[in-house]
Ligand binder design. Structure first.
Ligand code: 5GP
Length: 115
C-alpha cells in the first residue's frame, strides 16, 4: 500500500499549511477543519500509514511526537490548563489520512467520552 498522502505534500511544501513547528523528524501544522480553538496535527516526516505499521525502529520517533506536543503546550500556554492528544487508527477509529498524526486539541474544556 502506498503511504504517499496529502501530508507528504505538506512536508514537501507542495501544498500550503500553517506550520507552527518543524524539525528534522517532525512537522506540526493547523488542522484545516479545527475541532477546538487550538487543533494541530503533529506528524513524523517518515510516512507510516497507521499505528499498526509502527515498528520498534520507530519508537523514538513516536516518542518525539509527544515531546513536540509538550513543547507546543508550553509555548502556547496550555501545559497547565490541559489539552488532549489522540491518534486515530483505521475506519472505526476515524482515520481519514493514512500517514500517522497526533491530533493536539486545546483551548477549551474538552468533553469525554469523545463520541
Ligand atoms: P484523521 O481523520 O485521519 O484522524 O485526521 C485527519 C485530519 O487531517 C482531519 O482532522 C482533517 O481535517 C485534516 N486534514 C485533511 N486534509 C488536510 C489538509 O490538506 N490540510 C490540513 N491542514 N489538514 C488536513
Amino acid at each position: 500500500m502506498s503511504t504517499e498522502t496529502i501530508f507528504t505534500k505538506i512536508i514537501n511544501k507542495e501544498i500550503p499549511a500553517t506550520i507552527i513547528y518543524e524539525d528534522e523528524d517532525t512537522l506540526a501544522f493547523n488542522d484545516i477543519n479545527p475541532q477546538a480553538p487550538f487543533h494541530v496535527l503533529i506528524i513524523p516526516k517518515k510516512a507510516i500509514a497507521t499505528i499498526n505499521d509502527i515498528t520498534p525502529h520507530d519508537h523514538a520517533l513516536i516518542g518525539k511526537l509527544y515531546s513536540v506536543a509538550a513543547h507546543l503546550a508550553k509555548e502556547h500556554g496550555f501545559a497547565q490548563s490541559g489539552y488532549r492528544v489522540v491518534m486515530n487508527c483505521n475506519e472505526d477509529g476515524g482515520q481519514t489520512v493514512y500517514h500517522i498524526h497526533l491530533h493536539m486539541l486545546a483551548g477549551k474544556a474538552l468533553g469525554w467520552p469523545p463520541f
